[in-house]
Design a protein around this ligand. Structure first.
Ligand code: PDD
Length: 290
């Protein structure tokens, strides 16, 4: 999907082809930065406040001082959509690094963070939302602070690539058999009418869609148990689903060779998908096409 031509850099709007960085840039050399991916439906951000809050949390955690406040950030992101006359379904990618400076592990003095954001079209993936996806299990070899949305994604990239090479959509990550999340999404198991997922510790990213799911479950009176489940539990699961800004709420129908809920998306997953569509004010409903 091509990138819309006007991008945000620092607090200015420029043509995307005019942006370049020095080769001594902390994001490039150290992965010393943070990012967000925010969903857009019909030219409107979904869960924007949640994402901006998380961006500032991540920045604080790695001691990057964002040079403007949350309100300005939200305003700039709205302007980005307006300046591109974007009215489609899409996403914004926003990245903030510590800045450009001669390579040295120690933080440079008086450096300005490099900030940019760009938008792209991203149609909803109706096929995977309707039919569900196959996954693999994969060792979680990441660091201890996965709640920070850091640019250091090498273990995630390698896990996702292994999934792809096995004709799968996602890699479900585990530490000694304890399921944490996926390479780029959160994961949930349904058993006897209850939804289980890893608690929001530093071992996982605290997903914005997960926050919305917590609301939907409350509204539907479906208990959410914030307890990690094990790979072994998947064999006896009634349903499994994953969530992220790009994947929304996607049913998982297979993990390695284990088929979940007879290979069909389950009813709690469907209820949550409907709640998501309502909450995100999605006009073209998935369920109508099933
Ligand atoms: N990924 N866990 C990980 C490791 C993620 O990278 C993501 C999001 C999530 C879900 O977070 P949210 O619901 O806020 O999108 C969980 C984005 C989409 C990405 O890196 O492209």
């Amino acid at each position: 999907m091509s990138v819309y031509s006007t991008i945000l850099t620092q607090s200015e709007f420029v043509d995307k082809d005019s942006l370049s960085y020095p080769f001594e840039e902390r994001g490039l050399q150290f992965g010393d930065g943070i990012y967000e991916v925010i969903r857009i439906y019909n030219g409107e951000y979904y869960l924007l406040t949640e994402h901006v809050d998380r961006l500032f949390r991540s920045a604080e955690a790695i001691k990057i001082n964002i040079p403007y406040n949350k309100e300005t950030m939200i305003d700039l992101l709205h302007q980005l959509i307006k300046k591109n006359n974007m009215t489609n379904d899409g996403k914004v990618y926003m990245q903030i690094t510590r800045g450009s400076a001669p390579r040295d592990h120690i933080f440079p003095q008086d450096v300005t963070p490099n900030i940019y954001a760009y938008i792209q079209d991203l149609p909803r993936n109706e096929k995977t939302l309707e039919n569900g996806v196959k996954t693999i299990s994969h060792r979680d070899s990441r660091w201890e602070n996965c709640y920070i949305k850091s640019l250091n994604l090498l273990p995630n990239v390698l896990a996702k690539q292994t999934a792809k090479e096995n004709s799968c959509y996602e890699a479900i990550l585990h530490r000694d058999g304890v399921v944490t999340e996926c390479s780029s999404s959160n994961i949930y198991l349904v058993k006897d009418g209850k939804v289980y997922t890893h608690p929001t510790t530093n071992k996982i990213l605290h997903g914005c869609v997960r926050m919305a799911i917590e609301r939907f479950l409350k509204e539907e009176n479906i208990p959410l148990i914030e307890e990690a489940f094990h790979l072994e539990d998947i064999k006896h699961a009634d349903e499994l689903f994953l969530s992220s800004s790009t994947s929304e709420i996607t049913p998982v129908i297979q993990v390695d060779h284990v088929v979940v809920s007879n290979g069909e998306p389950g009813s709690i997953t469907r209820t949550l998908q409907k709640a998501y569509e309502q909450d995100a004010k999605i006009t073209k409903k998935l369920m109508e096409s099933i």
